[in-house]
Structures are given as structure tokens and as C-alpha cells.
Ligand binder design. Sequence first.
Ligand code: FES
Length: 172
Amino acid sequence: MATKTCEQPKDKGIDLSKVEKILSDYKNARGAVIPVLQKVQGEFGYLPESAIDLISERLNVSSSEIVGVSTFYAQFHLIPRGQHIIKVCCGTACHVKGATKIAEKLSETLEVSMGMTTKDNVFTLEEVACLGACSLAPVMMVDEDIHGKLASDTVGAVLQKIKESGTTQPSE
Ligand code: FES
């Protein structure tokens, strides 16, 4: 069962001088929106609202246009993301092998809905299509590492191990 979403912090501790520095390389160039957004996201891990407002002002592009661009491209994120990104596969092979139960268990264990980040900012939970490891279904990817043949009663242990070790490597 999906649990309640956690509230996301709103632009706390955003150092806008870093955004100014990025913008200084792209003086008033409308075509610079995407490279600027990429650099700002590289700096903060997402696109803070205050940064979007500043980019809007400096590049003379409305904030709503910038938000439109950032929602169009999957690479951009408007809310903070966790230290570890969990992508649960919902492709056909994984679905047949119980991916829904895995996703529900992850959501319940982490106390977040899909697309959200845990309160401690450690994990962001996302659903994706086929991860290309169908023979290991059901599968999740934590950062760059694939964890396969999951069971709903073992995902908690996988998460705990990642949290304790700080690594996402699957255990032997
Ligand atoms: S369907 Fe899940 S890895 Fe292919």
C-alpha cells in the first residue's frame, strides 16, 4: 500500500551566487536555457524555484516557460532528489514477476509515494520502464547498480544494507 507523500523542503539553503556564476557565462542568451538548467541541476541536484526565477530574470524567459522546458525533459527535476535514486522496473517481465508488490513494499518501507524523496533525503523512489535486465525480473536499479530477483520480503534488507554501507552494490 502506498504511503503518504512527504513534504519537500522549499529552496532551503540555496546559494544563488552559484546560479549567478553559471549565468555569467550566458549573458542574456535565450538559447542558453537548457545548458544553464543542466549546470544548475548539476550544482543542486534539482532546479530550485528561486534559481528558476533568477534564470528567468537574467535570460529574459518567463518562469513558466522554464518550468515547461524542465517538465518536458525527463533529465530535469523540480523537487530535491535523494542521495540514492531507486528505479523500480514496471516493464512487462517485471510486472509478471511481481513488480507491483516490490514497488508497494518499497513505498511502504521508505514511507514515500512514487516520484518522492524520503524525509532524510537518502532515497528517491521512481518507477521506470524496462531496465534491460528482464532475465533478473523483478528488478530495481539503485543509482547505477541493478538488483534482481527481488522479493517483497527482502527489499527492506537491501535498502538497509545500502543505507549502512553507503554503497549500492548488490550483495553476493
Ligand atoms: S521488464 Fe524489467 S528489466 Fe525488463
